[in-house]
Structure formats: structure tokens, C-alpha cells
Design a protein around this ligand. Structure first.
Ligand SMILES: [Fe+2]
Ligand SMILES: [Fe+2]
Length: 475
């Protein structure tokens, strides 16, 4: 690996060819990354030609590059959004200072921890999704899965760039460790719980990309506000890719609902058992998957009260969602925020200092955004003339982090007994049997234009190609 043509091999806008130290670090890391991709990336896919979108620069036109490539040859690159002249630290105790181009020494450990935690989620999702290609419902969907996988790979590059460029030796060690932890691994798991859950089937995949990639959107938005300018710029560019991931989730679930509703109307049936007999996913099962993915994902925002969250904010490292659009003092020392608690066997609200509740602030912003899409799914059902409606469970339901960890709360937000939980959990969360049923539907459909029976075709193809375009060629 001694001669790499950097602008050719690693597209970038960070002057890689002039940065010897960074080159050396990447020279060492890149072969390990490619080895990780072969070992832990999409199973059996290295020879496929996949119709991928590749970013070659950060302008809108730089995105318009589509073509068939083998995934190991995908041009993973390092892109930062354009530097904003005169950008300032916009919140916390350093508010008004010029944004930092170098890591501020006093905040080095916290900053590294935030970058590593974000970076860890990127390869984790690739690992979680690595078997899904074997059961793709269509050639089109298979392509979308692979597009997401290579972009999550690029997001890892983005975080590794920051570690290599700004954190010296311990940054390089962290970059190696990002390839050594693995999702679900007993000894070296990924850092966050939701990223150690398997993504066993395509219903789970669409829910994951809808809910969990949306967590990515909110975390990246909060980091895009950072006073550490390189982190802000790299997150802003990553966000352009995240939108497609959420699109795959939202449109995937819409197509599932459309197909199920069509079968229900065609046969005049509503009973889930009967619906299953026609080989489509019954709506209560969709609801249980939704409940699971929503509740697991909102845990990712962390404890409802957190002194770390306060410290990250006050030191200017991590802002709120759309920080600069808010009209308060951006210091928050005198602000309060309502969080949920349990008193006398009931959920109740209480006010706490907002600085300590910033995880909850971000979680609530996330929840509002998530609910909007669930409303759009219900429009699909409404249009099809089906009475069933999906709902987003209460935010205290099925939580494992924060105040509600270990508490039993129903999806409609009642504190309940262990007995009531046990008697109803099969109606609220996917059972083994639900998962086995969904798994039984997963067969590989890859002939261009064909769809698995349980899902409707997409309304349009990718990049104005027809739906029966050969998005993935198997060779
Ligand atoms: Fe990502
Ligand atoms: Fe993503």
C-alpha cells in the first residue's frame, strides 16, 4: 500500500495529498477497513455490480454520480461541508468565540468520546444488516440496502478522518477499535444497545432505517452545531446521505401497508390469521414491530437527566437540534424542562434544569419527527379504505435506559403490574411466532421488476431508471 493516488482512490476535499501524517494513518487503516468489509459487510456480495450513487464532491452536482460498481471498489471518501466564513461557537460558555479549527485541549476527552460513539454506530448497522441481501424482496430493494451499507461505511470514514486528523495516537487506536468491535459480539460488542440487536428480516430493516437512522439524523444535527468546526462540517455532509436511508424505511413500510391493505380489501378480510394465509404481513404485526423499534431507538438518546449532556452543551461540543434557530440565550442556565417521572403509581411531569435534560429535549424533538411519518403511513391505510391505524407508543413504554428502565408501562402510557405486562406483551411487542412468520415470508426475489408477494412495488425507480432496471447484477 505504499503508492496511493489519493484524489483518485480516496475522493476528498481535505487536501489529503498534502497531508503526510493523515496519509500514513489512512494507509494503515484502509486495508483493515477493506478486510472488515469483506468479513462483516453484506454477505456474498463482493462480486456484484451495484447501481450506486457515489459522492465525488460536496456540491449538489457532486452527488449525481450513478453507475454499476463492485462494493469493495466503492469510492469511500472524506468530505466536509464547505467552511462557513466567520463561523462562531453558538452556545454554551464559549458562545461568541470563533469556532475551533483544532481540538480544544480541555475538551479533548469528551470530544473523542462523542466521535467514537457516533462512529461506532456506522459499521454496526452494516454488520446488523449483513444477511439481508439473501432475502431481498426485489432487485430494487437489494440495491437500496447496498447503497445504505456503503454510505454507513463512508460515515465510518468520516469519523475516522476526525480521529486520525485531530487526535494523534489515541485517535489511531480508536480508529482500529472501531473495526474490532462487532454488533452482537459477546466479548466486544458495539457501544450502544440498539446497535447490538439483530436486524433479522426486511420488516425490521425498514423499521430500523425509519426509526434508527432517524436517531442518526438527530444526533448528527446536534453534532453539526458543534463549536469544533471539523466535526460540524463532516456531520453536515453526512446528513445529506441520511435522508435517503430514512426514505428507504418510510417508503418500505408504506409499500408493506399498501400490499396488505390491497389483500384485505380484495378478500374482504380483517382477521390477522386470515391475512397471514394470503402471505402478507398483518397490520397488528406491523404495529408490534413499530413498538419495538421505536422504544429501542429512543433509548439511544440516553438518560433523561444527564450531567454529561449538560457538560457537552456548556462546553460547546454538542448543541440542540436546530440550535441556531432557537431564540433563547443558548446558555440555558436558568431554563427548566418538563420530564416524565412516576409518582404514586402514575406517570407525572416535573420540571428540572434544562441543561441536565438535554437528552430528553433531543428525544422529544426526535419523537415529534417520527410521529409525522407514522401519520403518512396511516394515510396509505386510509386511502386503501382500511380502518386500522398505526400508533406511536408512549415514550415510557419498553424503556431500558433512564427513569423507566425496569418499569412496566403500557403502550398507551399507564403504569401497570408485572402480571398485566406478561398477559399483554404478545400484543405489544413482536413474539417469537411473529418473527418466525415474517421470516417465513422472506425469500429472495431478484429478477428485475419482480416483487415478493408481501410488498407493493415502489412508485418510481432510482435516478429515474425504470422499476425493472437491473440495479444489481450478480455475475
Ligand atoms: Fe450513518
Ligand atoms: Fe444511516
Amino acid at each position: 500500500m505504499s503508492t496511493i493516488n489519493y484524489s483518485e482512490k480516496i475522493p476528498n476535499n481535505v487536501n489529503l495529498s498534502e497531508d503526510r501524517t493523515l496519509q500514513r494513518a489512512l494507509e494503515h487503516w484502509q486495508p483493515n477497513y477493506l478486510q472488515w468489509w469483506r468479513d462483516m459487510g453484506p454477505e456474498g456480495s463482493v462480486d456484484f455490480d451495484v447501481y450506486l450513487r457515489t459522492a465525488i464532491n460536496v456540491t449538489p452536482e457532486g452527488w449525481a454520480h450513478f453507475g454499476h460498481v463492485k462494493m469493495p471498489d466503492y469510492r469511500w471518501g472524506i468530505f466536509l461541508a464547505q467552511q462557513e466564513n466567520g463561523r462562531k461557537v453558538n452556545f454554551g460558555e464559549h458562545k461568541g468565540e470563533a469556532a475551533w479549527q483544532e481540538v480544544p485541549g480541555e475538551h479533548r476527552a469528551n470530544l473523542r468520546r462523542m466521535i467514537v460513539t457516533q462512529g461506532d454506530t456506522e459499521p454496526a448497522s452494516v454488520e446488523q444488516q449483513r444477511h439481508l441481501g439473501l432475502t431481498a424482496p426485489s432487485n430494487y430493494d437489494l440495491r437500496n440496502l447496498f447503497q445504505i451499507n456503503v454510505e454507513e461505511g463512508r460515515h465510518l470514514w468520516a469519523m475516522v478522518y476526525l480521529l486520525h486528523k485531530h487526535f494523534g495516537r489515541d485517535g489511531r487506536e480508536e480508529a482500529e477499535a472501531l473495526l474490532q468491535r462487532n454488533s452482537g459480539d459477546q466479548d466486544k460488542p458495539r457501544i450502544l444497545e440498539a446497535f447490538n440487536e439483530p436486524t433479522p428480516d426486511w420488516l425490521a430493516f425498514y423499521m430500523f432505517t425509519y426509526f434508527t437512522d432517524r436517531d442518526g439524523k438527530f444526533q448528527l444535527n446536534a453534532l453539526a452545531e458543534s463549536g469544533f468546526d471539523p466535526l460540524s462540517r463532516t456531520c453536515r455532509f453526512m446528513l445529506t446521505e441520511e435522508a435517503h436511508h430514512m426514505f428507504v424505511g418510510e417508503s418500505g413500510i408504506s409499500r408493506v401497508l399498501q400490499r396488505t391493505a390491497q389483500i384485505m380489501k380484495q378478500h374482504g378480510i380483517e382477521d390477522p390469521e386470515e391475512v397471514r394465509r394470503h402471505g402478507v404481513i398483518d397490520l397488528p404485526t406491523v404495529q408490534r414491530y413499530l413498538n419495538f423499534h421505536f422504544s429501542v431507538t429512543i433509548d439511544l438518546f440516553g438518560a433523561d437527566q444527564s450531567s454529561n449532556a449538560a457538560a457537552f452543551y456548556s462546553s460547546g461540543l454538542k448543541g440542540r437540534y436546530e440550535e441556531t434557530k432557537r431564540d433563547d440565550d443558548h446558555l440555558l442556565k436558568n431554563n427548566q424542562y418538563k420530564i416524565l417521572d412516576i409518582a404514586d403509581g402514575k406517570l407525572t411531569e416535573r420540571e428540572v434544569p434544562m441543561l441536565n435534560a438535554l437528552n430528553e429535549v433531543l428525544r422529544d424533538d426526535y419523537i415529534r419527527d417520527s410521529i409525522a411519518g407514522v401519520g403518512r403511513w396511516n394515510k396509505v391505510l386510509e386511502k386503501a379504505g382500511v380502518n386500522f391505524r398505526l400508533t406511536t407508543p408512549h415514550k415510557a413504554f419498553n424503556r431500558h435506559i433512564g427513569t423507566f428502565a425496569g418499569q412496566r408501562i403500557s403502550p398507551d402510557g399507564r403504569v401497570i403490574s408485572e402480571a398485566e405486562w406478561q398477559a399483554n406483551v404478545r400484543n405489544w411487542l413482536p413474539s417469537e411466532e411473529d418473527r418466525a412468520y415474517v421470516a417465513s415470508l422472506m425469500g429472495r426475489v431478484v429478477e428485475p421488476g419482480k416483487m415478493a408477494n408481501w410488498i407493493a412495488p415502489p412508485p418510481v425507480g432510482i435516478n429515474r431508471q425504470p422499476i425493472d432496471f437491473e440495479y444489481v447484477r450478480f455475475n
